[in-house]
Design a protein. Structure first.
Length: 494
């Protein structure tokens, strides 16, 4: 049992959250540039498939879920913090699935020495599905099996130095931790808990180099996994350049060497060695930025690129394609690299400008400790028009096990539409789809639709009524399932 599952940790977390929502004296709502938002939420959900069981085995239930939460948004002279934490208790009237669940998402930064030494951190706690062919449900609630709580955090001291107008450097050490709890039925199947140590050194050119922009990057990383005797290691050194030919066009190239080591690989199987890329960047106007590169990496032809186009104020289309080598643990850790905030202080994915998912939306966790070569195509669109807001996120991912060569693919997306009906009421519709072809097993398609009516009752009290529908289609009839659920919730902010 991990420390995050221990009774003492749960009691401490519960007491902290309870104090936050019950005592405005303990946590002032405003202090200089700091805003504390404690809140309490009560949700009641009626579902026709409480356990996410296959067709014919469904069992209906009523679920009562109280939640205590705390949001912290801090802006000090040398401190920045944005954090949301919640602890919930799901009480099932009929089935015996009662348990706590936690959710945490946040990042922070402290300036220790003016303009030079910083301490940065990111963290998340969330529930994740172990096997997409197992039990799944419409919303975020505890399950007896096929579910793990993922605890993920990183902390890194950073030293930055300016060499006048010639160059800027950044030296960083990062400690990362990814931990996966066992489900209540101890069915196993989760990746190993891991600790990662990494050292990076980046040197970027200054304005004295004019049209020639260059950077030197090095990485040394070691990931220790609880169930593996030897660590996963990777190291890399690369030189990248961008030469500005005109205001619109730049020439890109890179040259480097990387080494990847894992107990499952030998010297001839590791996707490492010398790599190079050449490409171009095109910026025909202030709204458009397109970059494309081709070369050789991971012992195979290599492509990557990105494009963004600002359709109008507040509306941007983004497309990207990349290839990488990862494990389940490093993939989870690396997702924290994309955490940020928008102008309103909402925590977002900086690649899309939309709320961030701390877990991998494309693949589950069944391939526990394998090394993967991953190819990922992503697209996002978000915007606001009058009373309407909308977003679309789509992806196609393929990962190839090393050295097994087994390949699995995932295709999917999420579309969200919101409409402000009046000053106090809003309607939102979200629909998601995913088609997965695992390396072993059967193809599956999952559809999840959610319709919500949100309403403001007072300055501090809000509510929502939500209908959710989940359907999983599979080549294996025993893996097919569906669920309908309706939920009512009230939230009180203090």
């Amino acid at each position: 049992m991990g420390w995050w599952q221990s009774g003492s940790f749960r009691r401490i977390a519960s007491a902290f959250a309870l104090a936050a929502v019950s005592s405005p004296v303990a946590l002032p709502t405003h202090a200089e540039d700091w805003i504390f938002t404690p809140a309490a939420t009560l949700a009641v959900t009626a579902t026709d498939n409480a356990d996410g069981a296959p067709k014919g085995l469904e069992e209906s239930d009523l679920i009562i879920s109280p939640t205590a939460s705390l949001g912290v948004l801090g802006r000090g002279a040398r401190v920045q913090l944005n954090l949301n934490y919640a602890i919930s208790r799901d009480e099932f009237v009929k089935t015996k699935n009662d348990d706590f669940r936690q959710n945490l998402l946040g990042f922070g930064r402290v300036e220790l020495w003016e303009d030079q030494l910083f301490l940065e951190s990111e963290a998340s706690i969330s529930l994740a599905t172990i096997n997409d062919a197992g039990a799944i449900t419409t919303g975020t609630r505890v399950q007896q099996d096929n579910q793990t709580q993922v605890t993920n955090f990183r902390i890194s001291p950073v030293f930055r130095h300016h060499f006048g107008s010639w160059a800027d450097s950044e030296s960083r050490y990062r400690l990362s931790r990814a931990a996966f709890s066992q489900d209540n039925n101890q069915t196993g199947g989760t990746p190993s808990n891991s600790v990662t140590h990494s050292l990076t050194q980046n040197v970027n050119s200054g304005p004295n180099f004019g049209r020639l922009l260059w950077s030197i990057n090095t990485l040394t990383e070691v990931t220790d996994r609880a169930d593996q005797s030897d660590p996963f290691k990777r190291s890399r050194a690369a030189l990248s350049t961008e030469y500005v030919i005109t205001r619109q066009i730049s020439a890109l190239n890179s040259l480097g060497y990387e080494q990847i080591e894992d107990p499952s690989l030998n010297n001839t199987q590791a996707p490492d060695g010398l790599f190079w890329t050449v490409g171009a960047r095109w910026r025909p106007g202030p709204r458009t930025d397109i970059r494309a590169e081709f070369g050789h990496r991971f012992r195979a032809p290599f492509w990557n690129g990105s494009a963004s186009y600002r359709v109008a104020e507040g509306t941007t289309v983004r497309v990207s394609y990349d290839q990488s080598v990862e494990t389940n643990q490093t993939a989870i850790n690396d997702r924290l690299s994309f955490i940020g905030e928008d102008a309103l202080g909402n925590i977002i994915d900086v690649r899309t400008g939309l709320p961030i998912n701390p877990n991998d939306p494309a693949f589950d966790l069944t391939d526990q400790d394998e090394v993967f070569l991953r190819r990922a195509l992503n697209m996002s669109l978000s915007g606001v028009s009058g009373r309407a807001s909308y977003s679309l996120v789509a992806f196609y991912s393929e990962r190839e096990g090393q050295p097994s060569g087994q390949t699995e693919t995932s295709l999917g997306g999420t579309a969200t539409f919101g409409w402000q009906l009046s000053r106090l009421t809003a309607l939102s519709l979200q629909s998601s789809y995913r088609s997965q072809s695992p390396s072993t097993g059967t193809d599956e398609q999952t559809v999840n639709v959610r319709l919500a009516l949100n309403y403001t009752l007072t300055d501090s009290v809000s509510g929502s009524t939500t209908y959710s529908h989940l359907r999983r289609m599979s080549d294996n009839p025993t893996d097919q399932l569906q669920e309908n659920a309706i939920s009512f919730s009230l939230r009180k902010a203090f």
